[in-house]
Design a protein around this ligand. Structure first.
Ligand code: AMP
Ligand code: GLY
Length: 413
């Protein structure tokens, strides 16, 4: 099977790395990819949000399956175009991808499906914003309705900051604050059958101790030794399956991976957001643990055959990933800085390095984005995996870079 993966982040390098281990996958292409994907796949220069260009490339390469990594191509209708051209696609059509593309749409689907989520008000003007902030009280949760790469959300006790962020948003959603540990759960689906992956925890704030602005994600680990037993089954039956069923009922079936961002509140599990794709960097650790060949699974989603796939197999032990970010991330990152130490990092037993914002300059890797590398450590338990990840991350040499030192350090109780 020939596979084309769209995207250029750490998630896509993780997908490519797993797909390369699947004997069914005979050719691997990535567009546009990064320095890491080019080591295992053929990279192609291409705008992954351009449906015509994607279909043209996929056909020219004799692709059977197109796997869409990031949200922008999905929201732009790339999956629709790929399917229309008669190719298999892992990733939802534009209409179903609105579950991520519009927070207001996601709230509507959840209400219809009876899925527990934070109470929210969609506001059109300043008066409505003020009324909603008064209604919910601090801490204030203010979200841009559209896509914002994880940076459109402000959670603050500062009323002025909340109002300022609301002013900056096109259409704004004000939400009830949810208290409790966060969990990311990804579920594969062919539009009908749902197969959950391992739950993971992500660190969204830029700095140690959950300080600083929100980012796309600075680190992650899996599994969650502290998670209540039965959590995954409960989330599938009360959240994911009803959402997938509701999207099918609307005649916009959802094919791909549905990412539920959850808070375990004292009153029960609540959804904070859905994403229409694999989360980054949680994917880096979740796929590390998956022993079932990935290509066959993604293909089963695309052909509507997930119901006949054998139960997933997982490697024992744990994985932790630490994201090495460029100077000034999550602000506009400094690019074109040389990256050294990747090979040394990979001499640490149980560690490897996935690329995110990297490109070649005169044959050497340089930075090309905010999140530069995702250093993965594995081991028999979280503590061992964490020690391995940090032993490897220390060997990366990148001027001005920063990473969190507290990934997987403390677990919720
Ligand atoms: P999102 O982009 O919706 O995932 O939001 C980014 C981060 O903001 C989440 O991972 C949470 O840490 C935080 N957040 C979002 N919504 C809420 C909420 N209703 N209550 C508490 N924290 C939230
Ligand atoms: N890890 C957060 C995200 O992918 O949105």
């Amino acid at each position: 099977m020939r596979v084309l993966v769209l995207g250029s982040g750490g998630r896509e390098h993780a997908l490519i790395r797993s797909l390369a281990q699947d004997p069914q996958v005979t050719a691997l292409h990535c567009a546009p990819g990064n320095v890491g994907t080019s080591a295992v796949a053929d990279n192609h220069v291409l705008d992954p949000t351009d449906p015509v260009a994607v279909v043209e490339l996929a056909q020219r390469l004799g692709t059977r399956l197109v796997v869409i990594g990031p949200e922008l191509p999905l929201v732009n209708g790339v999956a629709d175009a790929v399917r229309r051209a008669g190719l298999l696609c892992f990733g939802p059509d534009r209409a179903a991808a609105q579950i991520e593309g519009s927070k207001a749409f996601a709230k509507e689907v959840m209400a219809e499906a009876g899925v527990p989520t934070a109470a929210a008000r969609v506001c059109k003007d300043t008066d409505e914003v003020r009324a909603a902030l008064d209604e919910f009280g601090p801490p204030y949760v203010v979200k841009d309705d559209g896509l914002a790469a994880g940076k459109g959300v402000v959670v603050t006790v500062d009323r002025e900051h909340a109002e300022r962020h609301a002013d900056d948003c096109d259409r704004v959603v004000i939400e009830e604050y949810l208290e409790g540990p966060e969990v990311s759960l990804f579920a594969l689906t062919d539009g009908t059958t749902v197969v959950p992956l391992l739950p993971a925890q992500d660190y969204k704030r830029a700095y140690d101790g959950d300080e600083g602005p929100n980012t796309g994600g600075m680190g992650a680990y899996t599994p969650l030794p502290w998670a209540p037993p039965g959590l995954v089954d409960e989330v599938v039956s009360t959240i994911i399956q009803p959402t997938v069923d509701e999207l099918r009922r609307r005649e916009t079936p959802y094919v791909g991976v549905l990412y539920a961002g959850l808070v375990l509140t004292p009153e029960g599990v609540r959804v904070i957001e859905f994403n229409a794709r694999f989360g980054d960097p949680e994917t880096q650790v979740v796929l590390d643990r998956l022993a079932t060949p990935l290509g066959g699974l993604l293909e089963a989603c695309a052909i509507g055959g997930l119901g006949s796939v054998a139960p997933l197999e997982w490697r024992p032990g744990a994985a932790v990933t630490v994201v090495v970010a460029a100077e000034n991330y999550p602000g506009t990152p400094v690019t074109d800085d040389p990256i050294a130490g990747v090979e040394e990092a990979e001499t640490v037993e149980g560690a490897y390095v996935l690329h995110a914002g990297t490109k070649l300059h005169k044959g050497l890797p340089v930075t090309a984005g905010g999140r530069v590398l995702s250093v993965v450590g594995t081991g028999p338990d979280i503590a061992a995996a964490r020690a391995t990840a940090y032993a490897a991350a220390e060997r990366i040499r990148l001027r001005g870079s920063h990473y969190r030192t507290d990934i997987a350090a403390e677990m919720p109780r």
